[in-house]
Design a protein around this ligand. Sequence first.
Ligand code: SF4
Ligand code: SF4
Length: 650
Amino acid sequence: MSDTHLTMLMGNEAIAYGALKAGVNVVAGYPGTPSTEVLETVAKHNPGPVHVEWSTNEKSALEVAAGASYCGARALVTMKQVGMNVASDPLMSLSYIGVKGGMVVLVADDPGPISSQTEQDTRVYGRFSKIPVLDPTTPEEAFAMMPLAFDISERYNTPVIVRPTTRVCHARAPIDVDFVYAPHPFDGFERDVRWIIFPPRSYRGHLEMNVGTVKLAHEFSSSTFNTIIEHEVTDDRATALAQLYAGNAAAQELATDTSSVRKGIMTGGVSDSYAKEALTSPEFDGASYRLATCATPYPFPEEFALTFLAGLDEVIVFEELDPVLEQELTYLCGKHRLAIDIHGKLTHDTFEAGENSSAAIRGQLDAFFGVEPPEQPPAVVEAPPELPMRPPVLCAGCPHRGSFYAVKKALKGQRAYFMGDIGCYTLGNAAPLDMVDTCLCMGAGITIAQGMQIVDPNAKHIAFVGDSTFFASAITGIINAYYNRIDITVIVLDNSTTAMTGHQPHPGTGVLMCGDEAYTKPGPAAEAHAVSIANILAAIGVDPIITADPLDLAASKKAVEEAVASPQVSAVIFKSPCIALGKPTTPYTVDEDICTDCRSCIREIGCPGITLRTEEDGSKQVIIDQTLCFGCGLCAQVCRFDAIGKADAR
Ligand code: SF4
Ligand code: SF4
């Protein structure tokens, strides 16, 4: 990469560059915040020979990477934490089979959660599957860890998980990316029974994993990513800051024989930066402590941890999500009969859910050290005014609004339940649409609708699913409905993109990740092939399958009525591109002479482009904000007084 240099990189970009530095050959993934930019960065800076793809889902991505690895290629898989649930089936088996070329599974966790269904901790997946986990504390570390991850994968014959969290993924740091990409050499697949997961192979694989785990825990104990800093205050003077590395005999001696430090702090992930920042507060100037950063949570580096624990009376652990490090330390104290109190999530001394912060950790450290924070000088600036609440809402002009509204109108008066799914359209739950009764995980709306239909056959059960989710996780659920003769209606919200994660292409778009067209018909009339949702539904046996424009309210309502009336699995495909893919058309406006102030347009569809203007006499007038209106025309179809029309026609 001849044009690379020291540059400010987002954590996800740093991870991508780290993979390129390691000579990665194949990258596959499924978009999901906070992981998405990793694969996109490889695609953007693809030096040529790297195969980069958005796969249909995380399971497919992981299996593509496994196949490449079997041939000796280096492969990277990217996903967010809930994607790991989808990929876990092949991953669990792969840990028994092993790999050949280095294989790294990049899973971004989302403490908070900020944009996810769960707060699951991928470090636990590492322990569950016996797959090593690297846990970067900063973007710089994430960059440096990637080549190591590929190296460990090859030396230990195992996939390796790299698990950044949101704040590492999205933070920025200057990173030297002045390297030349050299593709990892690979020699192809060699037939061997080791690739076939028969039970005897799994038994042997299990033993191999156990041996590798012990060996790698030992190696991790001397990893430079795991550090110990001792801040010792003797007599009345602040003294030495000594950086100790496990395995360093002199350091161990210092820790065990001469140190008077009795309190320890262990950190993992971004909590390390928060804790280090908190410790710069003046109330800790006189505190003696030992601070250990553990960036390799699985297999846990026991020797490193024992060096850290030597001579301590109590330890507090700062980590997000699950108490992984805390449990390891508690176990270690029991195993070695160390009388050390371990504080953390399990003892309710640190946050048990959600994100950590420097301020929160400072407060928890105050309590741990029994010190008072210094009095703050009186504030010299007024606090800024509180910002108004801005609840998440479908964009002005979003075609999903028309889809939800048409379904609502079509089923008015009937007992009906509406299953949502993962995507922008989960926002259909908000008033005034109120069209999402359940939302669980990718594709689940379709199968939840079936379970409800089985036990409540007299109600109508409608499942909404986006186009990208359709390909990722919905097809098997629809087959299940057809096969088991369960009468549901599937509403496919096809906006021609994976909108929520940043408009990535999917099989229905006919475009590949690197901008090329998908499989193209040979011959003079070459034509890109997009996978047809309608054809898939037809092949399953869904009937009827009606395609409608959700911005045509009358036609959309009629389509839903027809589909719902069918005594078997039926579908409506609402096809209209996401507004972010196009440009606004002429905005609409309210004719104030005709408007009766009935406010149906506000109450019925909730477009943020429709608002109220306060007049001089204090009365309100419904207006359309010309800067927000996308010109979709839905409100004009809702107004029964014909008071709304295109701005240039009034
Ligand atoms: S036309 Fe009406 S519904 Fe459509 S974006 Fe404009 S204000 Fe919103
Ligand atoms: S629906 Fe029509 S008449 Fe009623 S407030 Fe809106 S613009 Fe005015």
